[in-house]
Design a protein around this ligand. Structure first.
Ligand SMILES: NC(=O)c1ccc[n+]([C@@H]2O[C@H](COP(=O)([O-])OP(=O)(O)OC[C@H]3O[C@@H](n4cnc5c(N)ncnc54)[C@H](OP(=O)(O)O)[C@@H]3O)[C@@H](O)[C@H]2O)c1
Length: 322
């Protein structure tokens, strides 16, 4: 058996299980009978059913503070790295996310190497390195490099906006569309993107773990549709029965101003909106599709992904207006 193949006795560590992606990945892995351990900063953020589940181990720890890592990595076969440090209520409260994300990844590598971790699977961002790449997307790529620099074999998945209820980038755009019949936007509104449904992302994340041939590889992942942010917002409006929205491109609207505006109109705080908006100047489309050879799935078209996200949102929160 290949050293990277997982057996029923192996345990897998998930870091980021209280987040948008990690929170959805854990039940998928559990359904497949994979033994899990979760490293969390605040266990009370996990659902009571997870905390009561005797088959899922929970370790309290923090990548940045380097706490709980030896305990979390002990006898672990593979780990998922689904973490970033963007956030905070204001643009200025968390300008350090780039440094923080590097430190967190370095702490991960040190602990993983010490424990003999075999594989790490990381979900990062699309976008090509170059001086125009935003701080956010550059940071995602730097984390990928750090994770791949240790002894552990890294699988890197690179995605653009993920469509699902609770994903920060999509939430920001959909709240704008749903709350504003007309809006002004900077020139990023016409940047090309290749969004992906969250269920497709989960299929790839699980697929990479169960297919050892994906160890050590980098994959661009995306849905079947390439569009602009403007088209994505209009398609979301269509799915919500709000089409068309008036979206006017203006020559000057700085990411700072746009982030404050997003903070005002949506529940996404400016500390996360700012790096995300800055990243919207960069085209994020797949440049290769080798993932299809290893994990062939039906790629969810954008309108279907948007409808699923709208239904999920209703289940979680009722309608936005309520
Ligand atoms: N959402 C998207 O549209 C999208 C698109 C492309 C790529 N991605 C990538 O997908 C990954 C997951 O993103 P997400 O949207 O799920 O983010 P998220 O919802 O903000 O979740 C981030 C997770 O990281 C955890 N975390 C942060 N700092 C930590 C630390 N120091 N130690 C331990 N855990 C820490 C958070 O824990 P707490 O609950 O304690 O804060 C949370 O569980 C990221 O790498 C992101 O770049 C996301």
């Amino acid at each position: 058996m290949n050293n990277f193949a997982i057996t029923p006795d192996d345990r897998v560590l998930v870091i980021g299980s209280t987040g948008f992606i990690g929170g959805r990945l854990v039940p998928e892995l559990f359904k497949k009978g994979i033994k899990l351990r979760l490293l969390v900063r605040n266990p009370s953020k996990l659902s009571p059913s997870l905390l009561k589940n005797e088959l899922i181990e929970v370790v309290k720890g923090d990548l940045l503070k380097n706490e709980g890592l030896p305990e979390a990595f002990h006898t672990i076969h593979s780990a998922y790295y689904l973490v970033h440090s963007m956030g905070g209520k204001s643009i200025f409260s968390n300008r350090e996310f780039v440094k923080a994300d590097k430190l967190a990844a370095r702490n991960f590598v040190t602990a993983a190497d010490a424990a003999g971790l075999k594989r790490v699977i990381y979900l990062g961002g699309l976008g090509e390195m170059g001086k125009n790449l935003s701080e956010h997307l550059r940071s995602r790529a730097e984390v990928a490099e750090i994770l791949a620099s240790g002894k552990t074999r890294a699988t890197i998945l690179r995605a653009a906006v993920i469509i699902g209820a609770g994903g920060a980038s999509y939430e920001m755009l959909r709240y704008l569309v749903e709350r504003l019949p007309a809006m002004v936007c900077p020139k990023w509104i016409d940047t090309k993107i290749q969004p992906i449904a969250v269920r497709d992302v989960l299929a790839y994340l699980v697929g990479c773990l169960v297919n050892p041939e994906t160890a050590g590889k980098i994959f661009d992942i995306g849905g079947p549709d390439i569009m602009t942010y403007r088209e994505m917002m209009q398609q979301h409006a269509r799915a919500k029965g709000l089409y068309p929205r008036l979206i006017v491109r203006v020559p000057v609207l700085t990411p700072h101003l746009a982030a404050y505006w997003v903070d005002f109109v949506t529940p996404v705080p400016s500390g996360i909106a700012h790096p995300l908006i800055e990243g919207m100047k960069n085209e994020v489309v797949c440049h290769e599709n080798s993932i299809d050879r290893y994990i062939p799935i039906r790629k969810t078209p954008f309108p279907e992904a948007a409808n699923i996200a709208i239904e999920e949102e209703k289940e979680i929160h009722g309608t936005i207006e309520s």
